[in-house]
Design a protein around this ligand. Sequence first.
Ligand code: NAP
Ligand code: G3H
Length: 471
Amino acid sequence: MSIHNENNYNENMIKIVSPLDGSLLGAVKAMSQSEVDTNIEKAKKAFYEWREYPLSKRADIMYKAADLLLANTKRVAELLLMEIGKDQKSAESEITRTADFIRFTADTAKSIHGESIQGDNFSGFSKEKFAMVTREPVGVVLAISPFNYPINLAASKIAPALVSGNTVVFKPATTGSLCGIELAKIFLEAGLPEGALTVITGKGSEIGDYIVTHPDISFINFTGSTEVGLDISKKVHMVPLLMELGGKDAAIVLKDADLPFAAKNIAAGAFSYSGQRCTAVKRIIVINEVADKLIGYLKDEIGKLRVGNPLTVQAEVVPLISEKAADFVWGLIEDAKEKGARMVMGGKREGTLIYPTLFDEVTEDMRIAWEEPFGPVLPILRVNTVEEAVALANKSEYGLQASVFTENITDAFHVAGKLEVGTVHINNKTERGPDHFPFLGVKKSGIGTQGIRYSIEAMTRVKATVINLNR
Ligand code: NAP
Ligand code: G3H
């Protein structure tokens, strides 16, 4: 597990280049199948030792890892900024949030209790029979993370898995793998035994199938696109999956909403890190009567966003992760223009930097109405009634999160109750945190639930030991 410099680069290495200035940051191995086998074998072997560690000792290692991560905030944030192009402030807050996450995970694991169930609750059985119900680790967890939170979304799989006694094989996104390796080193330095956490590097498109179908993987915890998630779910059999996938989060604005407040929230929710967040606001559904006013406030708020390269400016809207990503977003913009959407602002591109773009009068035949841009483009769809808003929101194949802005709590609950998503935010932008809340997607946005306690529960299984006093 190492980061190589330019001098020892060879054809089995993948160069990691900064999306901000094209500089070569390092290189990682494109691992072969036999190297994957070795890593998984190590994790399998370590499982029998690691699961026997007392929970308090596993938790102490997590606390130490959190401390080490925090102590390295500046260094890791600088790497994160260069590797995935996140601005300095967000890069640093990703590190501190992750240290908090790891600590909270250790605290939570220590407070989870089993239960005992008496037999006589069921007819025909006596109190002499009872079950002691405990939670057991599942074995070797394969953690696959996306590029956009290379520290946080990796640790939010690794820490709950490890603290529960599982060992982890970690496959970071290739763009983000230098950060992933740094994170793994920190966990190991904190005192993990050999093999408890191993890292596999290499392109998912080349090595992914081999890893996900490996017979020694007991559980797959994946965050990434719906396309890859669906592909994995078709290939894997009898292995539990926890998947957090794409989204098309709607901000629904009702006619009594506090419009300046809604606009401020929506602009921040849609455009921070250029919309490269699963929970970014990805469409506005607004009641026609207040649409023009809302657009006025949105123009003010979007106009305040700072656009540029984080190497030179503290900006919310930054260059996208790759040329391919920028071309995709640009394609959505072109399609909306061609089909008659009204561009309110933006529509400007400098290489991979796309200016925050707002479209009004978006109709259902446009790609931007349905597709996840993972970029700074936000469509407005106008409706006439609350029921129409809900129906349009639910028409998406995705179901990650949604927001509803209204001053009427009854309407808020009415709409929240009808939305087919994992989480509804009332009067706030869509977002994952705080990280101990449940986080999940329905429909094509995922399977299973994350969030500290939920992640621990997902990556452990129930075991019942039945005691018979009356032999
Ligand atoms: P991605 O292309 O799907 O990649 C995610 C991870 O899967 C990477 O580690 C990737 O490795 C790996 N991978 C690719 N092909 C694979 C295969 N055939 N088998 C196994 N693994 C494979 O996603 P991304 O571009 O990194 O992230 C953006 C997407 O993730 C967006 O759709 C976003 O909505 C979603 N996301 C969802 C959440 C959530 O919690 N719901 C959070 C963050 C992001 P390589 O990098 O080597 O290809
Ligand atoms: O990209 C997906 C992340 O899980 C979103 O987290 O809402 O804190 O940005 P966030």
